[in-house]
Design a protein. Structure first.
Length: 171
């Protein structure tokens, strides 16, 4: 049967030898699938720049479809699509600026203030934890034998927990 090569872009497999692989990787179908894959990860700013430089596709405007699809040299976007894309780019730019501004404000914050707030949160968490601590009730699953018939590894833990010697070493 021999080894088979699976192309993730094209979702196809074929016999793996130098000739077949080279023929597939240079093929039009593989090039198109690879372009579609990488186009999914382009940012909106790059898409907008490319679409603004292209002229509108006459065939797409007249019939609503183009034989070249995503490989067409002309733009398939309407004016409204370009306006929406421009608004989205502006929104992303504002969000990025806002994040950078918050980062600058956070770097101006003093470490002592942050440590005080952290200590307060930890104290309040400990006090809340002490109020709501309840001992878990241990029950055997139905159908199990009595505790005395079980091996030591399956005995329930003591209510107070196990004591750990101070100089215990594992390993």
């Amino acid at each position: 049967m021999g080894k088979r090569y699976f192309c993730d872009y094209c979702d196809r497999s074929f016999q793996d030898n130098l000739h077949n692989r080279k023929k597939h990787l240079n093929g039009v179908q593989h090039q198109r699938c690879k372009k579609v894959w990488y186009d999914m990860f382009r940012d909106t700013f790059t898409i907008l720049l490319e679409e603004k430089t292209k002229k509108p596709c006459r065939k797409f405007l007249q019939t609503g479809q183009c034989d070249f699809g995503s490989n067409c040299r002309f733009s398939h976007m309407t004016e409204q699509d370009i306006e929406r894309l421009t608004a989205q780019v502006e929104e992303e730019r504002r969000a990025k600026e806002c994040l950078e501004e918050k980062g600058r404000k956070a770097s101006n914050c003093r470490i002592e203030d942050w440590l005080e707030r952290r200590a307060k949160r930890q104290r309040s968490a400990r006090s809340n934890r002490n109020l709501t601590v309840e001992a878990p009730v241990f029950q055997f699953p139905p159908g199990w034998p009595s505790v005395h018939d079980l091996p030591p590894s399956l005995h329930p833990p003591p209510p107070s927990g196990w004591t750990v010697p101070p100089n215990l070493q594992w390993g």
